[in-house]
Design a protein around this ligand. Structure first.
Ligand code: KG4
Ligand code: ZN
Length: 336
């Protein structure tokens, strides 16, 4: 078998992304067109605006990905597209585009679950994980602990019962008037803050592997109401650091407890929040202490991208798991 060249497309939320990956591991191009400027004004993603922008961007983004990779449509072994979960209007753009190209060019089509994509971002690392492993997918839409025994062998061990961790970051940033997306801003401000100044709640800390972040968000809101305005920059930094510490503490403790309970030795961190500096440090430190091998994709592969979809698509390709022309966008799509 020659080289398998896959075009991966993700339009599940507010980034239009396309990437060309060889043999599931070697990135030839990875183009991400961010819509942050459009949604910043609203403090969060506006679904209707997101899908309209995807329509404008999908062709130029794919063209750019192909041209940077020096690949033409006819060279592709397959097109892998994320078909859920996500914003249905946004997903539809990627799906319709991928189906049309697949039909016209006669290139096989592969449907990839968005969470599965995040899991496979680890296969783009120089050293890929071996099965089985535990993956913490922590993003704006998801916070899940997934046991991965092989390709298409996933079991969700725990998940958020309300807000995702990234969503909590974005909402707290909005409450503090910091801008969107909140994660990177709070990450930066926390660097100079003291996480010990305020104690914030750790949701469901002693109850299994599910997460809850809405109580934390409410606690921050109540605290903000009591603070004299304008909030001083020191108070702001301390508040950010305390919030971040509360999020990371729950994520880390539950993840390592799940590793122990599942008898696993390998951990993959994925999703936008996995780009967080303090979370990466805490996970690395604890993994080292506990003899767990940690796989940490670089920040640009943690946030949404087409390369992770292409990588997951490659493993479907090996299993000849192709999609038909009836592939359609799914707002809700369990990974297990
Ligand atoms: O994976 P992603 O790009 O999209 C989803 O699938 O949701 O994740 C986006 C989320 C946003 O909530 C954003 O605030 C958060 O990831 N994020 C971060 C950081 N960078 C992005 N959260 C904390 N620290 C960061 N450095
Ligand atoms: Zn994502």
């Amino acid at each position: 078998m020659g080289e398998i060249v896959i075009l991966g497309i993700d339009t599940s939320c507010d980034d239009t992304s396309a990437s060309v990956v060889v043999d599931g591991r070697r990135i030839l191009s990875n183009v991400v067109s961010s819509q942050t400027e459009i949604h910043r004004f609203y403090g969060g993603v506006v679904p209707e605006l997101a899908s309209r922008r995807h329509i404008e961007m999908i062709i130029p983004v794919v063209q750019e990905a192909l041209s940077r990779a020096s690949v033409e449509l006819k060279d592709l072994s397959a097109i892998a597209v994320c078909y859920g979960p996500g914003l249905v209007g946004s997903l539809l753009v990627g799906c319709c585009f991928a189906k049309s190209v697949s039909y016209v060019e006669g290139v096989p089509l592969i449907g990839v679950n968005h969470l599965e994509g995040h899991i496979f971002s680890a296969f783009l690392l120089e050293e890929a994980p071996q099965f089985p492993f535990l993956c913490l997918v922590v993003s704006g839409g998801h916070t899940s602990l997934i046991r991965v025994d092989g390709v298409r062998q996933y079991r969700e061990v725990g998940r958020t019962r309300d807000d995702a961790a990234g969503e909590a970051y974005d909402k707290v940033a909005k409450l503090l008037g910091l801008g969107y997306p909140g994660g990177p801003i709070i990450d930066r401000l926390s660097e100079e803050g003291d996480p010990e100044t305020v104690t914030l709640p750790r949701g469901l800390m002693h109850e299994g592997f599910d997460f809850s972040f809405s109580g934390l968000k409410t606690a921050v809101r109540n605290l903000i109401e009591k603070i004299p305005k304008p909030i001083s920059s020191d108070t702001l930094r301390n508040l950010c650091a305390s919030f971040q510490e509360a999020v990371i503490d729950v994520l880390a403790r539950k993840t390592f407890k799940a590793l122990e309970s599942e008898g696993l030795q390998r951990l993959v961190l994925a999703g936008g929040v996995a780009a967080n500096r303090a979370l990466r440090e805490r996970m690395a430190l604890e993994a080292d202490r506990k003899g767990i091998t940690l796989y940490l994709p670089p920040p640009q592969l943690c946030t949404d991208n087409g390369a992770m979809i292409a990588s997951a698509g490659y493993f479907h390709y090996l299993q000849k798991n192709f999609a038909g022309i009836d592939l359609t966008a799914k707002a809700y799509l369990p990974v297990g």
